[in-house]
Ligand binder design. Structure first.
Ligand SMILES: Nc1ncnc2c1ncn2[C@@H]1O[C@H](COP(=O)(O)OP(=O)(O)O)[C@@H](O)[C@H]1O
Ligand SMILES: [Mg+2]
Length: 261
């Protein structure tokens, strides 16, 4: 039972700790919500995309994902940080594509192009029936999409989940990657248990801004890397597979034979 005196009149030490906590919180918010980003959020609210931002679901070096509310339910809002060097970590092929697509003259514009890219790719994926968040809109460095979750609680990445039936999940994931490769003609490029959410026991693909066209000369290589990550993951879970088998199952030979011919 806390001493009521202490609660009402905190000691000096508590004051300092509170302020430190506040400072950490403020620092986080400052990094995401610079003035232009706040204006962008405000415009999205005016557009009716959401009514309020509730709390961060995830904060990373490149940006944060926040839960947003509107009267009918919830959305996920991804805010890309402007002042950051994310493009250094991209495969050169992806950066090349981005520069080709975007008439970007500075880093902000490049990040806006990146945000739009994620929206476009999600729309393409959703269009061929891939399990991914439905994109609802974007403005500058802010992307609004479906919240993958239940009753407003975001579903966790595979990495943080216990999988009841890995063999079934494997089959389901093959279906999703195959749709991406064969139907959408895209290679995710950063596929890992961090970028697949487990929603009601089924996989949902996220974090797609770096995805590239199957026509790109590096795409086959990137697919192999994606699949190798998951082969390792599933072998550890007791599923009998290999990188080669997964490549075959997702349709690599069909697609790259056609792309070559
Ligand atoms: N639409 C979404 N619904 C629920 N959670 C999401 C959604 N998008 C992202 N997340 C959560 O936010 C985390 C970071 O998002 P992600 O798109 O992977 O960005 P990055 O890895 O670049 O920070 C994800 O691992 C996931 O936990
Ligand atoms: Mg991610």
């Amino acid at each position: 039972m806390p001493d009521p005196q202490e609660m009402l009149y905190p000691t000096k030490k508590d004051h300092v700790e509170d302020r430190r906590k506040d400072a950490g919180h403020r620092k986080l918010l400052d990094e995401f919500f610079d003035h232009p980003t706040l204006m962008t959020i405000s415009r999205l609210i005016t557009q009716g995309q959401f009514e309020s931002l509730d709390y961060p679901i995830s904060t990373g070096k490149e940006g944060g994902v926040f839960r947003a509310s509107l009267p009918g339910g919830f959305r996920a809002v991804k805010v890309y940080r402007i002042g950051n060097t994310m493009f250094r970590h991209l495969p050169p092929s992806v950066l090349e594509e981005l520069l080709k697509e975007a008439s970007a003259h500075n880093r902000s514009q490049l990040i806006f192009a990146w945000t739009r890219r994620e929206h476009t790719i999600l729309r393409k994926m959703a269009g061929v029936g891939i399990r991914c968040p439905q994109p609802y809109g974007y403005l500058r460095n802010v992307l609004v999409m479906e919240l993958v979750g239940t009753d407003g609680i975001a579903s966790a990445p595979l990495q943080e989940s216990v999988v009841a039936d890995p063999a079934r999940l494997y089959q389901e994931l093959i279906v999703e990657i195959r749709r991406m490769v064969v139907d959408a003609r895209l290679v995710h490029g950063d596929l890992s248990p961090y970028n697949v959410l487990l929603h009601d026991g089924h996989p949902v693909l996220i974090d797609v801004a770096q995805s590239i066209s199957a026509q790109h000369p590096q795409s086959r290589e990137l697919l192999e890397r994606d699949v190798r990550n998951f082969a390792k993951y599933f072998i550890k879970q007791g599923v009998e597979t290999s990188t080669e088998q997964m490549l075959a199952e997702v349709g690599a030979s069909e697609v790259w034979k056609e792309e070559a011919g």
